[in-house]
Design a protein around this ligand. Sequence first.
Ligand code: FES
Ligand code: FE
Length: 445
Amino acid sequence: MLLTSGKPFHDYVDVENATVDRTIFSDQAIYDAELERIFARAWNFMCHESQIPRPGDFLLNFIGEESVIATRDKKGELQVLLNSCRHRGNAVCRAEQGNARSFLCTYHGWTYGLDGKLIGVPGYKDFYHEQLDKSQWGLVSAAKVASYKGWVFATMDPEAPDLEEYLGPVGRIGIDLCASRGDMIAVEGVQKNIIGCNWKLAVDNLFDYYHVAITHASAFMTEFMPGRNAARRAAGQNPMNHRVLLGDYGHAIGGPKVPQEEWDAIGLEDTGPINEEWRKGPVAQEALGEAASALRGQPNIWPNLWLTGGGSQFSLRLPKGPHATEIWWFTFVDKNQPPEMQALRAKLSTRAFGPAGMLEQEDGENWDQSTRATRGPIARRYPLNYQMNLRRGEPTITEQGVPYIDAAINEHGQLWTYLAWAEWMDAESWADLKANRTPTPRAPF
Ligand code: FES
Ligand code: FE
């Protein structure tokens, strides 16, 4: 696909020199193409099954900028429906979450069942003379809806591979880790706030351990971040010891590598009840072998679902134009934990991220300023730099076929994300993307 500039999208990401053209963070035409080529094609995270346990339960979410209803029909089957009436396009559901028997359009009253079928049309007999073929005018349904261990995803593209294949081992591991903590349920409510940044810069940051000491200096000073002693700080943030996993279709995990002996040596007693969240242990090893045993990094499920390193919070980065991103935070707890433990988990979550979270306030300011500077015709002439430890580090493949790179702190996760971005954007179809993407295990950097 070519824009009016005539450039293929690959030209915006210079993998050889590890630079990225700032235009991709602010150009409206590029943004519009992202909605079509990435979001309308990918598997998008919808909700956790515990958020819609009964028939009629629903939760509104987005695919790109388009509102969709994730619900359960009368048979209990998961459905994802485009929230747009087939008559004039009005939304058929305005509440963010709830339970409904059907979806009634408030414009002229067309009514849809929980499975999206058009079941009621005012004046069907007198105005339409019973000739309107209701079977043809149901809500648009997702091409595929699937749950992986309770986390529900949907794609609008029938050519997309099935969810598990799409996720691959690198995409699945973050969910595996969260699922392994017990009978997980979502804490009621989703934290939502808008940051004035391009969605890709928010994704970029989740692999970024370079910023932590500077951006979050106040979090360390106030002891908000786990750094109460030098040994722990060294283990958790050692810039010389990192590990990156690069997955199919743009999934990636990146961050510090902390061998278990190191955690054991420093002791974690003082971290209280969330100790286990720092340990990735047997589940990770089973899924990824050696690649995951020491991993303390952050997974991103392409395109926009961040699973925090602690593993109990998932964040969606929903695009709202090139210069705004709505950040959603879901928190998960074990259903069988005592209520006070669940409450503590929820409290810790709101303190770290979301509109009142210490970390995200600090991050958001930076992303906002970075995005602003992509708009200027002068600044745009100068690309962004992703050269840290470029071509350093040893790519290895586990027995399970999972590639990883051990290196000092680096920007490989970000560069992989932008390379995937270019591949998704240039691909004409799923078949094209499958045929022309950069195969793992070898990244070209
Ligand atoms: Fe929905 Fe007319 S727009 S009934
Ligand atoms: Fe940060």
